[in-house]
Design a protein around this ligand. Structure first.
Ligand code: PLP
Length: 457
């Protein structure tokens, strides 16, 4: 790419491209990173600079960049049938993918409702739960429970489930009846601070408490991520999901596992629920199902929840034009073939210990208070004092995360995500093909930049 192309792209992007969740004004003065190419675990910008993709782009690029077999699968499907809806029709790639997914799920999640992404998947699961209860004669069940700080997407239903106040404030009021319970975040807990198991049960019991407070007959579903992203890769304490499942069963409430990030190998299994041994009634997915080579999402639904929709004259009153797009489904099938051929789930399981050990080396830095996660889904929590008792205030977070770490890490060649939904963290989610070489590179860059960061505080 010539300098001229680069300059034109900068100018056109500044003038016309509305970047998501971005402070557009801050780019009026500074350069917009323009990524033009990807290869394996690396991407390249319009100036030819190379970056380690330490976030799988956005928890998406499971099999890495530049895989020609996925673009070939897209081209082949486009030639045969570029588009047809799954509204009252089927087409082979959607049918085959639905069968393939149903065969990898835990339990009897045998039916797939396709969408084009994660927010739509969560929105569909939310609506499905509501309509299900109307069909089975419990029309009063419309509320939903989710966890503080959890991110479940941006459409109004999914946003109402989201527990990040700043994301909702510009769009209030939310959908009524979206209740929040405390997070199962052991590092930040004041409850049972020395006993993770007891804390797990306490955290799960908060779901029961909320259900009882709201009136159990008014609640349709509980939404949880197996490992929660916002707040920094928060894995469940032992026994947490088993207890949440028991509570849902006790009160006849559906359990939805939002696996938009956690599915497709991120935690070393097809689905996060398998890793933690619990059985959801629905699983939402997106991102990694195609490794980003095409947009796709969906909801996996149990036979029990699907059953009332099979009755004569009944339909789920919901659909999107591009849900189950033939090209996206063909790409997903090709993606899953790569998973099988390269045994990527086993690769993640056998390398996650090395990733954890490499990141754990950073604990010697004064800024690093916690290193947590599972599979290839990790976060560093940044602290003002080693115990994490003194939190950064809003100005400090702004200076540290957005003012220094985000631009400096990029400059140093690492794509990752400094974030402060909740506390101050750096999110890391390498491609599932990453190995020790990439782990070490990530650690080295983080170490250098975090040492520098110390001096700006
Ligand atoms: N749910 C979870 C857990 C997510 O992490 C995300 C996105 O990051 C979403 C839902 C929304 O997905 P999308 O951005 O594809 O709409």
């Amino acid at each position: 790419m010539s300098d001229l192309d680069h300059d034109h792209l900068q100018e056109a992007a500044r003038r016309h491209l509305w970047m998501h969740f971005s402070r557009l004004g801050s780019y009026l003065e500074s350069e917009i990173p323009v990524i033009v190419r990807g290869e394996g675990s690396y991407v390249f910008d319009s100036r030819g600079r190379r970056y380690l993709d330490g976030l799988s782009s956005l928890f998406v690029s499971q099999i890495g960049h530049g895989r020609q077999e996925l673009s070939s699968a897209a081209a082949k499907q486009s030639d045969e049938l570029a588009y047809f809806p799954v509204w009252s029709f089927g087409h082979p790639s959607a049918i085959e993918l639905a069968e393939r997914l149903a065969n990898s799920t835990p339990g009897d999640l045998n039916r797939v409702f396709f969408t084009t992404g994660g927010s739509e998947a969560v929105e569909a699961a939310y609506k499905l739960a509501r309509q299900y209860f109307k069909l089975v004669g419990q029309p009063g069940r419309y509320k939903v429970i989710s966890r503080q700080w959890a991110y479940h997407g941006v459409t109004m239903g999914a946003l109402s489930l989201t527990g990040v106040p700043a994301m909702k404030a510009p769009f209030e009021p939310m959908v009524p009846g979206a209740i929040k319970v405390p997070n199962a975040h052991f590092f930040r807990t004041m409850e049972h601070a020395s006993d993770e198991q007891a804390f797990g049960l306490w955290a799960a019991d908060q779901v029961e408490r909320a259900l009882v407070m709201e009136g159990p007959d008014s609640v349709a579903a509980v939404f949880v991520e197996p490992v929660q992203n916002a707040g920094g890769s928060v894995p469940p304490p032992p026994g947490y999901f088993q207890r949440v499942r028991e509570i849902c069963d006790k009160y006849g409430v559906l359990l939805v596992s939002d696996e938009v990030i956690c599915a497709f190998g991120r935690l070393g299994e097809w689905f996060g629920a398998q890793r933690y041994g619990f059985q959801p009634d629905m699983i939402t997915f997106a991102k990694g199902v195609t490794s980003g080579y095409a947009p796709l999402g969906g909801v996996l639904v149990s036979d029990r929840i699907g059953e009332p929709f099979l009755k004569d004259k009944t339909s789920f009153a919901h659909g999107v034009t591009f849900g189950g797009h033939p090209v996206a489904c063909a790409v997903a099938l090709a993606n899953l073939e790569v998973f099988e051929r390269e045994d990527l789930l086993a690769h993640v399981r056998s390398n996650e210990g090395a990733l954890q050990a490499t990141l754990n080396k950073l604990r010697d830095l004064p800024l690093v208070g916690d290193v947590r996660g599972a599979g290839y889904f990790w976060a560093l929590e940044l602290v003002k004092d080693k115990n994490g008792n003194v939190r950064f205030d809003a100005d400090e977070r702004e200076r540290l995360l957005r003012g220094f770490l985000a631009p400096r890490l990029l400059e140093a060649g690492l794509i990752c995500r400094p974030d402060d939904r909740g506390d101050s963290i750096i999110q890391l989610a390498p491609t599932l093909i990453s190995e020790r070489e990439q782990f070490n590179e990530m650690e080295q860059i983080l170490r250098d930049v975090l040492i520098e960061a110390q001096s700006i505080l």
